[in-house]
Design a protein. Structure first.
Length: 319
């Protein structure tokens, strides 16, 4: 994959990645399968209906991709899939959703997405968290109330995509920094290999001192992707189950100000070959879950494999 060097000769994309202003690389996402998206929306609606029967409320956050927010940095006339249209498919299916695009776009001049990685920063996750709080009836914690820290050198997934090319050196020479926000509540967390929640391994909600050998500093958020991570706090509040992929990792720490327990589940880690089984509705009932929060981004919600994994969690079968 070519990268920044191509920008000097006027090329605007390479290998499914837009070469953008200010040394940003962004995933190119211009279209999606309406059938796959509708299937995913139906699976989410089915889960929402089943949980409602158990007294559990559910909300879905669709995280915009960088190219859908930082439009001023895109190459001229670069097409991008319409976030609002994708979200509308979910709402038309009956999914309760929180639109976070406006909250992020209002801060597009700030460091809300990485240049060298496809994820949002934790600052970006914070602005989405404020939109979630407004929808959920919580009072968002002011940004300046958090203790912060940072890793001064972070080179993310876009570097990995270009690792076999000489141009990757440009990314190394222009790294991101990763800023984190520490939970205000007292927290204790463990990750588990399956939903039996046995033999848990202690993790930090936010790691402040990752070893230099850990190149992916985004793993500082809840230790990265694990099948189940359970976070307990000293907050007297409800119990939240968060169904997520990696965008949810940076979001989870903010929930600790509102919930007594947050159970983070990665659907990619269940109900397929070599993976443990999980009936999500039954699990939520057993754990006394009050709220279920689903966090996805457009690539994932349009991914046929992810749809299959989600469907098996829910017990949903597309017709």
């Amino acid at each position: 994959m070519k990268t920044y060097m191509e920008l000097t000769v006027g090329k605007r994309e390479s290998g499914g990645v837009y070469i953008c202003k200010d040394k940003y690389l962004m995933d190119k996402f211009t279209s999606y399968s309406k059938k796959q998206l509708a299937t995913n929306a139906a699976a989410l609606a089915d889960l929402q209906e089943k949980l409602a029967a158990e007294g559990v409320s559910m909300n879905t956050i669709l995280v915009p991709m960088a190219a859908q927010v930082l439009t001023d940095k895109l190459p001229a006339y670069a097409p991008v899939a319409d976030y609002a249209a994708i979200l509308q498919v979910l709402t038309d299916a009956g999914d309760d959703t929180t639109d976070v695009l406006s909250a992020l776009a209002a801060h597009s001049s700030e460091n809300i997405y990485y240049r060298t990685d496809h994820h949002w920063t934790q600052l970006g996750a914070y602005y989405a968290y404020t939109a979630f709080c407004e929808a959920a009836g919580f009072e968002a914690v002011p940004l300046d109330a958090f203790e912060t820290g940072r890793y001064d050198r972070f080179v993310g997934s876009m570097y990995n995509f270009t690792a076999n090319y000489p141009q990757s050196q440009t990314l190394l020479d222009n790294p991101d920094y990763l800023e984190y926000y520490l939970p205000i509540a007292t927290t204790h967390a463990k990750y588990y290999a399956d939903a039996n929640l046995e033999n848990g391994v202690p993790v930090s909600v936010v790691y402040q001192h990752l070893d230099a050998s850990v190149s992916n500093k985004y793993q500082c958020f809840i230790g990265g992707d694990t099948p189940v991570c359970v976070i307990e706090t000293d907050v007297e509040g409800p119990v939240c189950l968060m169904l997520k992929e990696s965008y949810g990792n940076a979001f989870a720490p903010f929930l600790t100000s509102h919930y007594s327990k947050i159970i983070v589940v990665d659907p990619r880690e269940f109900n397929r070959d070599g993976k443990p089984a999980l009936d999500l509705t039954q699990f939520a009932k057993e754990q006394g879950v009050d709220d279920l929060l689903v966090i996805n981004y457009p690539y994932m919600i349009n991914n046929s494999y992810y749809i299959a994994w989600l469907g098996r969690l829910v017990g949903y079968s597309a017709s």
